[in-house]
Ligand binder design. Structure first.
Ligand SMILES: Nc1ncnc2c1ncn2[C@@H]1O[C@H](COP(=O)(O)OP(=O)(O)OP(=O)(O)O)[C@@H](O)[C@H]1O
Ligand SMILES: [Mg+2]
Length: 228
């Protein structure tokens, strides 16, 4: 079953001579439960693509359909609800709230959505992410890798239909990196979550069902590695 479809997505930043075409007429479709890796050189448009998929950055033109719904047809309020219900976005640079501690950052999206925090899942994630001694720390009291792990916990707390991860292991050593990938893959299998991961790490890309290569804002390859 198709969960996500994009049609002719184009994103242009800036105007006149400062204009940058970050995405150039990109189309593809992703099945529910699929694990897709997105690879490509720095500046090729990967983060831009992920942000548009996640409902946080409007395309200049083109469509994004999530579960058949035209994402950017919604008004800002509907879009905010959509993001909280459907999407777990792990940002390349974490985007934690500076005045909230680890637990508060992780539970904020669930609370904002008026739902009850699943304390068992919270404890489980805190343990797997190795954050149990850092619960009351603010983001600026954490290492880069720890902040990255909090942002992963925040995305997974929601049990979103789609997890969008921008270099989720970018700040981690190989052991921690493998643990994080294990966590994302387990969540992908257990909840039949769709998992889209941007990575520069070949070891991460090779764990995916499918690898999409982006260059200069275009898709230059789209390969299935294994059956989803
Ligand atoms: N807010 C913005 N304003 C202007 N230009 C932008 C903005 N965000 C991204 N760009 C430009 O769009 C292009 C694509 O950027 P993007 O962040 O999507 O690349 P990326 O593939 O994620 O790179 P990296 O691997 O370094 O994270 C780049 O040329 C970048 O400079
Ligand atoms: Mg990026």
């Amino acid at each position: 079953m198709e969960i996500l479809r994009i049609e002719n997505l184009t994103k242009i930043y800036g105007k006149g001579e400062n204009e940058v075409k970050a995405l150039d007429n990109v189309s593809f479709s992703i099945e529910k439960g699929e694990f897709v890796a997105i690879i490509g050189p720095s500046g090729s448009g990967k983060s831009t693509l992920l942000h548009i998929l996640g409902g946080v950055d409007r395309p200049t033109s083109g469509k994004v359909y999530m579960d058949g719904q035209d994402v950017y047809e919604q008004n800002e309020e509907q879009l905010a609800i959509f993001r909280r219900r459907y999407v777990g976005l792990i940002y390349q640079f974490y985007n934690l709230i500076p005045v909230l501690n680890v637990v508060e950052n992780m539970t904020l999206p669930v609370l904002m959505d008026g739902r009850k925090v699943d304390n068992a899942r919270l404890s489980e994630l805190i343990n797997i992410l190795g954050l149990d001694k850092r619960l009351k720390n603010l983001p600026n009291q954490l290492s880069g890798g720890q902040q990255q792990r909090v942002s992963i916990g925040r995305a997974l707390m929601n049990t979103p239909a789609v997890v969008l991860a921008d270099e989720p292991t970018g700040n981690l050593d190989s052991k921690n990196s493998q643990e994080i990938m294990q966590l994302l893959k387990e969540s992908n299998k257990k909840f039949n979550q769709t998992l889209i991961v941007i990575t520069h790490d070949e070891n991460v890309a090779l764990q995916a069902d499918r690898v999409i290569s982006v260059e200069d804002g275009k898709i230059v390859r789209d390969e299935r590695i294994r059956r989803a």
